[in-house]
Ligand binder design. Sequence first.
Ligand code: AHR
Length: 517
Amino acid sequence: KDLASILDLDLSKGKYVISKHIYGHFAEHLGRCIYNGLWVGEDSPIPNTRGIRNDIVEALKEINIPNLRWPGGCFADNYHWKDGIGPREDRPYMINTDWGHVVENNHFGTHEFMDLCEQLECEPYICGNVGSGTVKEMQEWVEYLTFDGESPMANLRKKNGREKPWSLNFFGIGNENWGCGGLMKVETYVEKYRQYQTYVSNYSGNEIKKIACGPSEADYHWTEVVMRECTGQTPQLENSTHDKPIKSAWEYYRPQLWGLGLHYYVRNRLNYTSATKFNEDLWFEYMQRAVYMEELITNHSKVMDKYDPDKNVALIVDEWGSWYEPEPGTHPRFLYQQNTLRDALIAGINLNIFNNHCDRVKMANIAQLINVLQALILTEGSEMILTPTYHVFEMYKVHQDSTLIPINIETRDYQFGGGSLPIVNASASRDQQGKVHLTLCNLDPHNSEEITCRLDGDKAISSVNARILTAETMNMCNTFEQPEQIKPITFDDIKIQDNLVSFVLPGKSVLAVELEF
Ligand code: AHR
C-alpha cells in the first residue's frame, strides 16, 4: 500500500449539514477591494448597476456566494456608519488610518452595501464598531437597517430612499478587539460584548445572529473567557470556580452569542514572501501552515465544548487565507497579491477542514473578495480575471447545505526537508438530490497518488463526473495577458467497480468528484 490511499466513506453516517455560510466572503474598505474593485460609481464607463460592477456580480453569483462580511476588518472599528448615508456629495471624508492613510469619501456606505447583497442574493454580515464607536451608534445602525415603522432611524432611512427595512442576519460586535479593534484584554472585551450586544435588538421580526470577536490563531484563553462569560452556562468542569449567576436576572438578560470568530492567516509574519516566486521549501511550509487550521479548530472546539457541549455556539472563521508580500510596485498597505496554484491548494485544504468540522464551524469568510490578499477576483481597469482560488470555490459549491459524509483516510505522507504531511486532504457530502461529492487535494507537488474510495452504501454507483484544477508548475497563475492559464478541466480517468471508485490523483491538484447512484 506504499503508493496508495484508501478513503472509506460510510454513507449511512451523514448527520451534520455543511452550512452554505462556510463558503462566505469578506470585503473591507482596504486597497482596491471596494473602490476601483466592486464599486466603480454610477458614472463609470465600466458596466455597472447603481455603481456596482456587473461582471463581478455575475461571477460571484456563479459560485453561489452565501454571505458577505463588511466593512472590515480593522476598518470596522474605525467606521462611523452615519458618514456613509445620504446624498454622496454631502458625505464627509475620513482618513483610512488602518490601510495606508488614504482618504475615504464614504461613497460606498450602508445603502450601497445592502444593494450589493441584494444584487448578489447573499446575506449581509455587518461588523459593528466597538473600538471607537458608541453603544448608541451600534443600536441606531441596527434600527436604521431593520426597523419597520415610525422611528427616528427608520424615518432617516426612508428619507434616504429606502422605505422598507432590510433583513439582517449576521452582526459582528467588533473586529480583532485584541489588536486593531482597541487593543483590549479579553476581560475588557467580554464586558464590552455583553454591554454592546444588549442593544443590538431584534426589530420588526428580524432576528440577528450575534458574533463575538474571537481569538487570533491559538489564543485559547480568549475563547475560554468569551465562552465562560457569554454563554449563560456554567462549565462542565468538576473543579470549576465559576460563580453561578443570579438566575432570574441572568435568565432574562443573558448575553446572546450565536458565534465566535476565529482569525488565522497562512503567512509568516516575520518574513512575508512573494506570492509567485517560491520554491518547494515555501510550498511545503505554506501547506503545513494551511493544514494547521485542523489543529486550531479542534482545540478551540474543545474549549467551546466545555461550556457548550450541545454546540449551540458556532465557530466562525471570519478571516482566513494566504497573506504574502504585496506585488512589487503596489501600495504596501493595499495588500494586493497574485494568486497561484499554491493558493488553490490552500483554499481546497481549508474548505475541506471546515466541511469536516461542520458540527461546530457554521460560517467562514475568506480574506478577501477582490484585489486584496487571497482574492477570488483581480481587476485592472475594466478587466477582470478569476483566480485559482475562485475556481476552487466554484468546484466546491456543491457542498453548500449538503450533508457531511465522514471519511476515514489512510494515506501516506508527503515528506520534505525532514517534515511530513498527509499527502491527501479530503471531504465528502451528499446533496439534496442524493449525489455524493468528494473533494480532494494532493499536497505533494511531484508525486501522484493512487486513490481507492470504498463507499459503504446499499445502492450501486451509476455514473461519475469529475473536474481537476492543476498546472505544470507550482506557481502558475492567471494574468491579465493570460487569464485562463489555470482553470478546472474534465477528469475522465476514473474506474468504478461495484462501490469502489479508483483513480490516480496527480501531484499538486484539487479534484472534485460527483457520484450518482
Ligand atoms: O484582512 C486584512 C486584515 O487582517 C483585517 O482588516 C484584520 O481584521 C486582519 O488583521
